[in-house]
Every structure is written in C-alpha cells, then in structure tokens.
Design a protein around this ligand. Structure first.
Ligand code: HEC
Length: 212
C-alpha cells in the first residue's frame, strides 16, 4: 500500500474515532423567560389532567415531555432535559357568579388564560437570585396565542421553592401515586385472569372495567 493511501486511511479512522468518542454538546445556557413554548406539547404524555382549582377559578392541564415521563422517579425526581407545560383555563361561571359544574361534578373549562413552561437542564437558571434558586429549573409564561407574557418569573420561583424536596414540582406525590395505582391494576387483572401470560387487548378491556 502506498504511504499516502495509508496516511489518508489513518486520518479517516482518526476522524471516525473522534466523532464516536466526542461528548454530546452541552445544552445552551438558558434563564427565565428563554424557554420556548414547545410546538408539539399537546402530543406529550399527560402529567395530570383537569386539575380542579375552584380557589383560583381555574381548571389546569399539565403535560410532561417524554424525557420526564421516562426518567422521572419518586426517589430521584426528574432528569435533566425534563419539561412541563401547564395550561391554565378559566372555570366557566353561572350568571350568579358561582362556578358551573358538569354532570360529573367537575368544574367546566372555559377560555384558555395562559400557558406556563418549566424546564431543567445543566447550567440553567444561573442568573436567578440565589434566594430564589430552584435547582436547575427555569420558568417561562405565554399568552393563549403563544406570545411571551409579562408575568414575573420571580413569582414562579417563590411559589415553587417550598416544594424543593419534591424537585420543585407541586403535585409530585399525586403523580407518582397514580403511577403506582396503574401498576396495581395490572396485577389485579393478572390475578383475576389467573395467568402470568403477557396481556392481550382483551385483557386491556378487562383492565378498564376493573378500574372504573
Ligand atoms: C401561587 C403559587 C404559584 C405560582 C405563583 C406559580 N405556580 Fe406553578 N404551580 C403551582 C401549583 C400549586 C402547581 C400544581 C398545579 C395546581 O395545583 O394548580 C403548579 C404547577 C406548575 C407547572 C406544572 C409542573 C409542576 O411543577 O407541577 C408548571 C409548568 C408551572 N407551575 C409553571 C409556573 C410558572 C411558569 C409560573 C410563573 C409564571 C408559576 N408556575 C407560578 C403554584 C404556583
């Protein structure tokens, strides 16, 4: 083999080696107000749905990105790269000012008022006042049409700070409790069916009738 060919082969393999061993790029450093509203968040898994807040005259929907869904554990909290989106809806009111209730007793969703985003990653939130540090979490707020809202992000920090032991996520316990409940239901179905074979679509129907 000619030395020049040998050299270029060596160069190529070195290039390949560098490409394989290089660490992934660090996430862009971001602070409050800079986290964009993810365009596809409505396709994300639900964190919790139809949160009833008669005190605030609101109904809320919370979505979590697949990173948070996959990596979140009650023991360790949520991994870097997690993002939550919360839609705040006005609760519909009766003419006398009391809040409307549906046949299920729940508040009725009216207009979307605002959309809140909360995300964490390496190096995020380093410009926050130390007294308001929320780990690596940062906050953004949007109007119903997706424009940046003028809401103060310091108020987000102040109100999420008390749940620091729950990774700054207010309904942490409620969420992980619902995760356990569905695992328990799957066991129930297996016990009911007196089998350990993998679940089929028929079993899933049975699962739903048990859980109602
Ligand atoms: C008065 C306290 C308070 C303030 C202020 C506040 N939050 Fe929250 N936030 C909550 C509570 C409580 C929940 C759980 C849902 C519920 O009960 O309404 C929540 C939930 C969330 C969630 C869903 C994920 C999670 O952590 O549970 C996001 C996202 C969020 N807030 C973002 C924001 C942003 C952005 C701001 C500021 C613009 C903000 N919050 C201001 C209390 C607050």
């Amino acid at each position: 083999m000619k030395p020049s060919i040998l050299m270029s082969l060596l160069g190529l393999s070195l290039l390949a080696l560098t490409a394989c061993t290089s660490t992934p790029p660090k996430p862009v450093a971001m602070n409050d107000g800079e986290l964009p509203l993810p365009a596809d968040y409505k396709t994300w898994p639900k964190f919790l749905s139809e949160i009833q807040r008669p005190d605030a005259k609101q109904v809320r929907e919370i979505y979590m990105n697949p990173v948070a869904k996959k990596g979140g554990t009650a023991a360790k909290g949520f991994p870097m790269g997690s993002v939550f989106v919360m839609e705040n809806y006005a609760a519909a009111a009766n003419p006398d000012g009391t809040l409307k209730r549906g046949a299920d007793g729940k508040l009725v969703k009216d207009k979307l008022l605002s959309v809140f985003v909360q995300g964490k990653n390496e190096g995020w939130g380093d410009k926050a006042a130390p007294a308001l540090a929320n780990g690596n979490w940062i906050y953004s707020a949007y109007t119903p049409t997706g424009d940046k809202s003028t809401a103060s992000t310091d108020s987000c920090r102040a109100c999420h700070l008390p749940v620091a032991s729950k990774d700054f996520v207010h309904r942490y316990d409620e969420y992980f409790a619902t995760q356990k409940t569905s695992a328990w239901r799957a066991d129930q179905v297996l016990a009911t069916l007196k089998t350990t074979r993998p679940l089929t679509s028929h079993d899933v129907v049975a699962l739903h009738s048990i859980s109602q």
